[in-house]
Ligand binder design. Structure first.
Ligand code: ADP
Ligand code: MG
Length: 324
């Protein structure tokens, strides 16, 4: 049964490990991704797409600091986030347009610069954990701490990196536009890179915040807000596993939220990679979503139907899959 699917694209959908990150390389990856996504449209689904931006925003930040030597003022992290949304959105938008054209699909694809509200009183702000950008020397790190009040940490002998808070996502400021666009039949790309974090000031004004919102948690929030049937998290592994990378590794296929939650508590999923995906999947089905699926990009079509990957449902797994 077709429905509304929120698709969260992992880093590998845009840039493969080991690649330099040229425009051509990224566009090539995005074209492969687009051909998968177009098949979901052919099945009659409505799509809202979101994506990671780690490597892209890291490079934009580096370009900012390089430009500074030439007298060009660097933009803050939240503006770099906006740049990355536009850049990645443009590539996905164009690749989908071309794919739709080939397949005779008449759908507009639109990217929304997305602001996501965060609570600056959240404990995440007193303990920045998310490393961003390139590695620098201790001297440069100290200077940035002193001049700009940034927080920098030494990263396992590899050098110094800036760390920023990683608060949970509040609402998407432009959610009504997302809904209107989907109802209009458009394919929407929103909340890229987890969204641009903004804080609501005492005056009611919103302003950008230097932080990084996890893209899987932001995807979950978006999925709830658009009342999606399926949250489809596409990454570089086909399944969520317990005892990952040990001789006891076991891939999870159909799993209830209760079972998965137990595995989460037992520490099977790494923070910063599989952890937030599992958390997002759990939250989505616990809050009434029909099904959350975590699988690889190549499994997108079967995954969306609960026929591949790790399929998470509240209960009555068999019934749920049959009902899709
Ligand atoms: P993405 O860019 O898609 O968000 P991440 O690197 O953040 O990708 O997360 C996917 C990675 O999570 C996989 O490549 C895998 O190495 C890692 N991972 C950690 N724990 C697990 C687990 N228990 N089962 C499967 N993969 C895991
Ligand atoms: Mg990730």
């Amino acid at each position: 049964m077709p429905g509304t699917i929120v698709v969260a694209l992992g880093g590998n959908a845009i840039l493969q490990p080991g690649q330099k990150g040229t425009f051509e390389e990224q566009m090539e990856n995005v074209k492969i991704t687009a051909s998968q996504l177009a098949r979901l449209i052919l099945k009659g689904n409505r799509l809202v797409i979101t994506h990671g931006n780690g490597p892209q925003v890291g490079r934009i930040l580096q370009q900012q600091s390089m430009g500074e030597y030439g007298g060009i003022p660097p933009m803050p992290l939240f503006v770099c986030g906006a740049m990355s949304q536009g850049m990645i959105g443009y590539m996905v938008q164009q690749a989908l347009y071309n794919e739709f054209r080939k397949l005779g699909i008449d759908r507009t694809v639109v990217t929304l610069v997305s602001q996501v509200i965060v609570d600056t009183k959240d404990p995440a702000f007193s303990n920045p954990t998310k490393p961003i950008g390139a590695f620098y020397s201790q001297q440069e790190a100290m200077k940035a701490q002193k001049d700009r009040g940034e927080v920098w940490k030494e990263d396992s002998g590899r050098g110094w990196r800036r760390v920023v808070p990683s608060p949970p996502p509040g609402g998407l400021l432009e959610i009504s536009a997302v809904k209107a666009l989907i109802n209009h039949g458009a394919v929407v790309i929103a909340s890229g890179g987890g969204g641009i974090p903004v804080a609501v000031r005492d005056t009611g004004e919103v302003t950008g915040i230097d932080a990084v919102i996890d893209k899987d948690l932001a995807a979950e929030k978006l999925a709830e807000e658009v009342d999606a049937d399926v949250l489809l998290i596409l990454t570089d592994v086909s399944h969520v596993a317990i005892n990952y990378k040990t001789h006891l590794q076991q891939n999870l296929t159909a799993v209830t939220a209760e079972e998965l939650s137990d595995y989460y508590e037992q520490g099977h999923f790494k923070a910063g990679s599989m952890g937030p995906k599992v958390k997002a999947a759990l939250k989505f089905v616990e809050n009434g979503g029909r099904m959350a699926v975590i699988t690889s990009l190549g499994n997108a079509l079967l995954g969306a139907e609960g026929r591949a990957g790790t399929v998470v449902t509240r209960k009555a797994v068999v019934e749920n899959i049959a009902g899709i």
